[in-house]
Design a protein around this ligand. Structure first.
Ligand code: SF4
Ligand code: SF4
Length: 177
């Protein structure tokens, strides 16, 4: 199977399992007027490696290169949208926001609140008031193993984890912890 076909199949399966489940039991966009969907032409959501194949020829979005380059030269892509999308085509990063996969010290994936969401997201601002549903986190643990068989995806998650650690260090310094 060629790599385009492999990735299309992989992400369609993962997307499908995250189609009808959300971090809270209700539409969290009501809390913030869908703040995470109000980017500009120059920012957007990171695509997981190979996910860009699913956006070829789509009129509602564009795909741009980022400055994140994997060890084999593959460039991580950014999906830029106009703040609206066909719900069944939203990328994995949007389906799991405000969580990100994180590789812990045992090289096992876990899911953490994305520090890049701290400024905009009511869930990360007040996780006690708005705890992410257990059933949602369980689903993430269920859908990620096939993705983790792909070396590019693992390397991408390693980079996300390093970015997480870097940002958390900065937040700790700012808050004096
Ligand atoms: S910013 Fe947070 S609360 Fe608002 S829509 Fe996005 S995930 Fe939901
Ligand atoms: S792709 Fe869809 S869900 Fe993701 S930021 Fe754009 S409008 Fe929001």
């Amino acid at each position: 199977m060629n790599s385009e076909l492999k990735y299309k199949k992989l992400y369609k399966k993962v997307w499908g399992k995250l189609e009808n489940i959300t971090p809270l039991s209700f539409d969290c966009g009501q809390l913030c007027n869908a703040k995470c969907c109000t980017g500009t032409d120059n920012n957007g959501m990171l695509l997981f490696p190979g996910e860009e194949y699913l956006y070829a020829g789509k009129g509602w979005c564009s795909v741009k290169d980022t400055n994140i380059v994997l060890s084999d030269g593959y460039v991580i892509k950014l999906l830029v949208c106009g703040g609206e999308c066909p719900r069944n085509e939203r990328p994995l990063s949007c389906r799991i926001f405000p969580l990100i996969p994180y590789l812990n010290e045992y090289s096992r994936v876990e899911f953490r609140l994305d520090p890049r969401s701290f400024g905009i997201c009511p869930i990360t601002r007040d996780p006690v008031k708005y705890p992410v549903e257990e059933v949602f986190i369980d689903r993430l643990y269920e859908v990620f193993p096939p993705l983790l068989k792909d070396g590019k995806v693992v390397e991408f998650i390693e980079i996300l984890s390093e970015q997480y650690d870097g940002l958390m260090d900065i937040f700790r310094k700012i808050s004096g912890d």
